[in-house]
Design a protein around this ligand. Structure first.
Ligand code: ASP
Length: 463
């Protein structure tokens, strides 16, 4: 007989079925034994009756997390014994035979309980067990639903899903990059992308017009808060758009995703309020204002856009550096200032950030598609002509071949999912996250590698 999912057998009262899964709990009640069996769809109460002594004895050796296959009959539970909390609360299975598919050691923590209070290092070391818990299963499923809702909206709106490389040349987006030595080109390095920024713009030059990607991004920064060295962005770019086009389409997308995946949530205000950077700083003292009317309402989602950021700020060495993204375009009314490098501190960028309940969940901008303007940005930041050509020559050259006006945005998927799932940090919604100090306790990364590997990669180390 074919294995059935627990959630599907509710309809099969009186029939004999086969279910497989993990022993969630065992209760010996005098002459009867109950097993709660768990599969990806839910929990099922299985009864072992005293009439079948041999079977009862088999059941009594079962321990939590044993993997079993059970054949039995689906029975309706008497009214009094129904459990409204379970999808299968109106039925139970009377076992006829059981096969142990695999035994299990006693887990280092109980997986039939929420592990939020369990030592996190331990949870990460045994992530495959942690993932069995109800809350983690729910989080991972919600993440899938939300990712799918992004994908679905974007595809319906003409965006193509396109992969960009992970072995790239560095991009000056502000973060330290992970470097990857080249074996075949001694002394040369790739870096892992901190975002697909340059490639997505090149796709616009390539005439694809609408791109998106569920993109893995890498930033080698000292860990602050619950940042991860690798994280996921829903990254997109569009041609022939102005700020308003991107902002309004993204707003429509976010509203649709919330309605589809977390219908219990209420969006505080539509259209999302738009707050200038200046107003945000003056009124809230932060550029990520939490504008919720009721901070105790866990179902309230207060989105807002923060706009009109300064393009440049003073760098520690007294020069100018960009605040958000060097590839952004200045606001049209400040374009002339950029071009003649005047009023630098007053130039506003077309950057738009989307903030949810006090967290930045996305950000993007309209880009400089004219090579002279992009050149000017790097000049303001004190790059020599030589440096500009060496580092960004490929972008400037590409823009000389008829680059369309374009702009885009990237959503931090981990944060977005964590907020929609009411989770306290992004590690709760990532299947295999890293610790605060960038380690993976499960696989043991980072780790030493054999000397021969280092030599092949032309690396010498004193450590
Ligand atoms: N590349 C930017 C980021 O990673 C997003 C964008 O401007 O589209 O924040």
């Amino acid at each position: 007989m074919k294995r059935e999912l627990i959630s599907d057998i509710v309809e099969k009262i009186g029939q004999e079925v086969v279910v497989s899964g993990w022993v969630h709990a065992r209760r010996d009640m005098g002459k009867i034994t109950f097993i709660d069996l768990r599969d990806r769809s839910g929990l099922l109460q299985v009864v072992f009756l005293p009439s079948n002594k041999e079977l009862l004895e088999q059941a009594r050796v079962l321990r939590p997390e044993f993997v079993v296959r059970i054949t039995g009959t689906v029975n309706e539970r008497p009214e009094k014994l129904r459990n409204p909390k379970l999808v299968t609360g109106s039925i139970e299975m009377v076992a006829a035979s059981i096969e142990i598919l695999n035994e299990a050691k006693t887990p280092p923590f109980e997986v039939d309980k929420d592990t939020i209070g369990v030592n996190e290092e331990l949870r990460m070391k045994y992530r495959y067990l942690d993932l069995r818990t109800e809350r983690m299963q729910r989080n991972i499923k919600q993440r899938d639903a939300i990712t799918n809702a992004f994908r679905e909206f974007l595809r319906r709106n003409g965006f193509l899903e396109i992969e960009t490389p992970d072995l790239v040349k560095g991009t000056p987006e502000g973060a330290r990059e992970f470097i990857v030595p080249s074996r075949v080109h001694p002394g040369k390095f790739y870096v892992l992308p901190q975002s697909p920024q340059q490639f997505k713009q090149l796709l616009m030059v390539g005439g694809l017009e609408r791109y998106f990607q569920i993109a893995r991004c890498f930033r080698d920064e000292d860990q602050r808060g619950d940042r991860q060295p690798e994280f996921t962005q829903v990254d997109l770019e569009m041609s022939f758009v102005e700020r308003e086009d991107v902002v309004s389409l993204m707003e429509q997308m976010v509203i649709e995703i919330v309605k589809k995946t977390t219908p219990e949530k209420r969006i505080q205000q539509v259209p999302f309020p738009r707050i200038s950077y200046k107003e945000a700083m003056e009124k809230y003292g932060t550029d990520r204002p939490d504008i919720r009317e009721d901070k105790n309402d866990s179902n309230l989602l207060a989105f807002c856009w923060v706009l009109d950021f300064p393009f440049f700020e003073k760098s520690p060495d007294g020069g100018w550096t960009f605040t958000h993204n060097p590839f952004s375009r200045a606001m049209p009314e400040h374009h002339a200032w950029l071009m003649d490098k005047s009023n630098i501190g007053e130039i506003l960028t077309s950057q738009y950030d989307i903030v949810l309940n006090g967290y930045e969940v996305g950000g993007g901008s309209i880009r400089n598609h004219q090579p002279e303007a992009l050149h000017r940005v790097f000049e303001v930041m004190g790059f020599s002509d030589e440096d500009i050509t060496r580092q960004f020559g490929h972008m400037l050259e590409a823009f000389e071949y008829g680059a369309p006006p374009h702009g885009g945005i990237a959503f931090g998927l981990d944060r977005f999912v964590a907020l929609l799932c009411d989770q306290p940090n992004i590690r709760e919604v990532i299947a295999f996250p890293k610790t605060g100090d960038a380690r993976d306790p499960l696989m043991g990364a980072p780790s030493e590698v054999p000397k021969s590997m280092l030599m092949e990669a032309h690396i010498t180390t004193d450590i």
